[in-house]
Design a protein around this ligand. Structure first.
Ligand code: IPD
Ligand code: CA
Ligand code: CA
Length: 264
């Protein structure tokens, strides 16, 4: 620990980072092994919202890993809900497999996501693509990396030269000069692609805190911007679904002009 290192509720941020990485690597191993084995798929709210035994196993492994070091921390997981007292403790926000529909359909495009949040601020965010072996890590104020290499957003400044991930139905109309559309089906991966400069923008609607908490910090620490569709900061509210835009900053306003906010 360096002398000036940031402390989060008295814990050095690098300690949170290393525990987060250990936990996400366990989740990644479980997801990867699960991807190549037989799955039990259950519907949650409908046919497009599914869960497998590996989502639950990966979330359990993350909670177990973190609890071994920090027994009094709180958790907010997509599959197990909330436990602990978020107001007084660091809360770990977990999406054990983001892109479960892909996972269940044998499409190798999904990520595991974990964020350490304290008093309405995300301090550490880690996302891993278990198949591509890409580990994204961000610490608030310290930048973002992929597999140890510093990340920075793309310098492209027009829509026509941009790669954008969005739901086509969110466009008011299709801009003539829209560049390339690419949607992986995993919000956390698409946001990490913005952070690494592979895409310039990402837009999605009605997503939960676990879909964006970690990747939001990764985009921001790589130099990008993440807001609501009204260009206001996102709320770190577990009870609220939000629509989101994450960009390199340079195309943020231009892209927002084309996005409908009606379904927010
Ligand atoms: C989903 C993915 C998808 C997004 C959905 C999410 P899940 O998460 O992030 O890209 O459009 O809104 O629910 O269910 O696969 O963890
Ligand atoms: Ca998700
Ligand atoms: Ca999930």
């Amino acid at each position: 620990m360096s002398y000036h290192e940031l402390l989060v509720n008295d814990i050095p941020i690098s300690t949170l980072e290393s525990v987060a990485i250990s936990a996400i690597l366990r989740a990644s191993d479980i997801a990867k092994e699960g991807f190549y084995s037989s799955l039990t798929i259950q519907e949650k709210s409908g046919p497009h919202d599914v869960v497998t035994q590996f989502d639950r196993e990966a979330e359990h492994a993350i909670i177990e890993t973190i609890s071994n070091t920090f027994p009094d921390h709180a958790f907010l997981g997509e599959e197990t809900g909330s436990r602990g007292v978020p107001a007084s403790a660091i809360t770990w926000v977990i999406d054990p497999i983001d892109g479960t529909w892909n996972f269940a359909r044998q499409i190798p495009s999904f990520g595991c996501s974990l964020a350490a949040m304290y008093q309405n601020t995300v301090y550490v965010g880690v996302v891993i693509d278990p198949i591509a072996n890409e580990l994204f890590v961000a610490k608030k104020g310290y930048g973002a990396t992929m597999n140890g290499k510093k990340l920075s957003i793309s310098p492209r400044s027009t829509l026509s030269e941009s790669g954008i991930s969005l739901r086509i139905e969110m466009l008011k109309s299709v801009p003539e000069n829209l560049g390339v559309l690419r949607r992986s089906g995993s919000a956390v991966l698409d946001m990490c692609y913005v952070a690494k400069g592979s895409l310039e923008g990402f837009v999605d609607r009605s997503i939960n805190i676990w879909d964006f908490a970690a990747a939001m910090l990764i985009v921001q620490e790589a130099g990008g911007i993440v807001t609501t569709l009204n260009n206001t900061p996102l709320l770190l509210d577990p009870a609220k679904k939000q629509s989101i835009i994450a960009t390199n900053g340079l195309i943020h306003k231009e892209l927002l002009k084309w996005i409908s906010t009606e379904k927010e």
